[in-house]
Design a protein around this ligand. Structure first.
Ligand SMILES: *Cc1c(COP(=O)(O)O)cnc(C)c1O
Length: 439
């Protein structure tokens, strides 16, 4: 409307609210709660067939652009962006598992996911069993029950750096007509695309490598688009039976994309973990440099891991790119272009050594995050894994002297110099400790 017409309060909301049409090079940030309808019919078509954009909780062009980028990079049919990695896992489970249902999960998963399963979904009547030997298909088979609705694992697991044999476990899921859901946060689609190896669904914490600079939180769900109603039988009536209002089932309307369509239409917008369009933009910007960052981070991390393995202060290094790692062969088979940048190193001298090292780092930042362009360090036993018993920590590869490193893009020499000082501090603390103990 014109700049002169109307009262102050009318002009303050209407003047200048429509931008001049132009063609920006960068993805436009549609930071808006909703979208205007050009006429009566357009509104009806939106609410009826779901055409176009109406309200940002159900769809937004900026969010949708980033979703198509992620679907393409993961080799999936369609992606759904949500507010965090936790939201991505939650939405998948809320969509595919009902009360009385059951999940089989790798025990080597993010502690937040484990808490979600044990504290939150258990209260909704969803049970979980954990598999320790995730490389053994029979261990997964043995845990599956008639109520099992999905298998869950991470492509590269924290802290032991175990790499999932995606094809073998996807086959177990297939035998039962249920999806394998892979949290691909640590590998990123640049190194591994689980859908190409038979996984049905991939989730990510986009807060990590995808965004890449530690500025925003986000999550994504990517579906393979190969849902098969005949194969699934009566396991997922929410996908194969007519809706509450008598509309055709998601399977009738969306075919192989029934799962992701149901999550998009009926789960994510109802529970409401909507990503901000501004966040989506930042994740999209991050992804544009994903290959360059991950290539450099992986090369740096492997060089750091090899260097650490040769140091006298170090008891062990859990990095899947080292021939000493139990997952080395699997990693070589599945990971292309690098082994990722997050791994664990265990120092001689336990807690005292770990504390001294953490307090000495200057280039490497001490915080609970990973996948950043900056190198990061965390002491899992006193932070992320503090809820676990000592025996559980040991089984997960978390010892008092263990540090988790997430290597960034810095100059390798600067990282090794920082690590040298930290290891010297660790060795000094260790000798003080043993002298104090009268050893
Ligand atoms: C961080 C992380 C999550 C949780 O993601 P948020 O974005 O922090 O909610 C889930 N899985 C893995 C492997 C993670 O590293």
């Amino acid at each position: 409307m014109g700049a002169e017409a109307g009262g102050f309060s009318t002009r303050q909301v209407h003047v200048g609210s429509d931008a001049v049409p132009a063609t920006p090079r960068a993805l436009p940030i549609h930071l808006t709660a909703g979208f205007t309808f050009s006429d009566f019919e357009e509104a009806a078509a939106h609410f009826g067939a779901g055409d176009g954009f109406g309200y940002t909780r159900t769809g937004n062009p900026t969010v949708s652009a980033v979703e198509s980028k992620l679907a393409s990079l993961e080799g999936g049919a369609e992606a759904l962006l949500v507010a965090s990695g936790q939201a991505a896992v939650s939405v998948v489970i809320l969509g595919l598992v009902s009360s009385g249902g059951h999940i089989v999960s790798s025990t080597h998963i993010y502690e937040g996911t484990r808490g979600l399963l044990l504290d939150n979904f258990s209260r909704l009547g969803i049970e979980v069993d954990f598999v320790d030997d995730i490389g053994d298909p029979d261990a997964w088979r043995a845990a599956i029950r008639p109520e099992t609705r999905l298998l869950l694992a991470e492509s590269i697991a924290n802290a032991r750096n175990d790499v999932l044999d995606v094809a073998a476990i996807a086959q177990v899921a297939d035998e039962h007509g249920i999806p394998l859901v892979v949290d691909n946060t640590f590998a990123t689609p640049y190194l591994l695309r689980p859908i190409e190896h038979g996984a049905a669904i991939v989730v990510h914490s986009a807060s990590k490598f995808l965004a890449g600079q530690g500025a925003v939180l986000g999550g994504v769900i990517v579906d393979d688009g190969r849902f098969d109603a005949a194969r699934a039988g009566d396991l997922f009536p929410q996908l194969t039976a007519p809706t509450r209002t008598g509309d055709p089932a998601p399977w009738e309307r969306h075919g192989g994309r029934a799962r992701i369509a149901y999550l998009r239409e009926t789960v994510a917008p109802r529970f409401g973990p909507t990503p901000s369009p501004l966040t989506a933009f930042l994740i999209g910007q991050g992804i544009e440099t994903l290959s360059l960052r991950v290539e450099r981070q992986s090369a740096n991390a492997l060089a750091v891991a090899r260097w650490l393995e040769s140091r006298p202060e170090v008891a062990s290094v859990d990095h899947a790119g080292l021939p000493s790692h139990p997952s080395y062969d699997t990693a070589r088979r599945y990971l292309e272009g690098g082994y990722g940048s997050v791994f664990a190193v265990t120092l001689h001298g336990g807690l005292a050594a770990a504390r001294a090292a953490v307090n000495t780092f200057e280039v490497i930042t001490h915080m609970t995050h990973l996948g950043d362009v900056r190198s990061l360090v965390l002491h899992p036993a006193s932070t992320s894994h503090t809820q676990r018993t000592e025996a559980e920590q040991r089984a997960l590869g978390v010892h008092p002297g263990t540090l988790r490193l997430s290597i960034g893009i810095e100059a390798l020499d600067d990282l090794l110099a920082d690590l040298t000082r930290a290891l010297e501090a660790a060795a000094a603390a260790r000798s003080v400790e043993s002298a104090g103990a009268g050893a």
